[in-house]
Write a protein that binds this ligand. Structure first.
Ligand SMILES: [Zn+2]
Length: 278
């Protein structure tokens, strides 16, 4: 998949709806997720979103707002490339990352149903917890459309928790990690830009300072505590014993000062390499 996406990023001359459809089809085929539809929206206030709602004979759809994608993309170019950038590659790579992210949400539904590993348990507590919380606040059955457009009070809570939400953290981190692999086949500079973004996303939801235990506290635990659904936390902690340190960040678990320092060092080296290419 990485090779074909890299080829599309380099070969395409324009990055409009046709490019997006090709990216969408490519990821869908590689992830074996064929029952998701693609929907264009001019009015959505999200760049893109995955909805597990039946449409056109499919079990869910990814909706995107093209204008917003390009707008967000241009603001990111300034942030990452500081004036000297290969614009042609960043735009397609950014679009690819957006769709990898949404497909990650579609994949989470499958993980939730079939996997009893650490990711499956975290997603189970997270997704079911939000469901319960929604019922508590609205007295209604969970419905993702109502979740986003119905309850302002609920929206406020879910926005507050966004950076700790393990579903979002997992989707951001995994999609950017794959995007960095795609970028590595496009150009060295694009690779370091996307790798930097990946490394920064590992820190999402962690506070700047250690807590009284001398640890950087788990954003996932904080999220599950806030939505009052940490049923599997003991099992999650048991399973996390042998994880590589990057995986502790991926799942948003407690990390030690050494682990945080190691990640910061990797980030620093990456930033230096990026500067050298300029
Ligand atoms: Zn998301």
């Amino acid at each position: 998949m990485e090779e074909s996406l890299a080829r599309m990023a380099v070969d395409s001359k324009k990055y409009g709806h046709k490019f997006i459809k090709n990216v969408f089809d490519n990821i869908a085929e590689n992830y074996n997720i064929e029952n998701v539809d693609l929907v264009i929206s001019d009015t959505s206030d999200c760049v893109a979103a995955y909805y597990p709602i039946k449409i056109n004979g499919k079990s869910g759809y990814i909706e995107y707002n093209y204008e917003l994608i390009i707008k967000r993309c241009l603001s990111r170019i300034k942030k990452y490339y500081e004036g000297d950038f290969n614009e042609n590659h960043f735009i397609p790579l950014y679009i690819i990352t957006v769709f990898l992210h949404e497909f990650e949400h579609a994949r989470q539904e499958i993980v939730l149903r079939h996997n009893k590993d650490i990711e499956g348990l975290i997603l189970s507590d997270s997704i079911n917890g939000l469901d319960n919380l929604y019922k508590k606040y609205t007295g209604d059955n969970y419905n993702i459309l109502k979740l986003y457009f119905g309850s302002k009070r609920f929206e406020k809570i879910s926005n507050k928790l966004y950076s700790y939400n393990p579903e979002e953290r997992l989707a951001y981190i995994k999609s950017t990690e794959i995007a960095a692999k795609v970028a590595s086949l496009v150009s060295t500079k694009d690779y370091f830009v996307f790798k930097k973004s990946f490394l920064q996303k590992l820190k999402y939801g962690y506070s700047q300072n250690e807590d009284e235990r001398g640890m950087f506290a788990s954003p996932t635990k904080r999220y599950l505590d806030e939505i009052s659904n940490n049923n599997h936390w003991k099992d999650i902690e048991l399973m996390s014993d042998n994880l590589f340190f990057i995986e502790r960040f991926l799942y948003g678990l407690d990390v030690s000062r050494e682990e945080m320092e190691t990640l910061n060092k990797i980030l620093k080296v990456n930033s230096l390499q990026l500067k050298l290419i300029r």
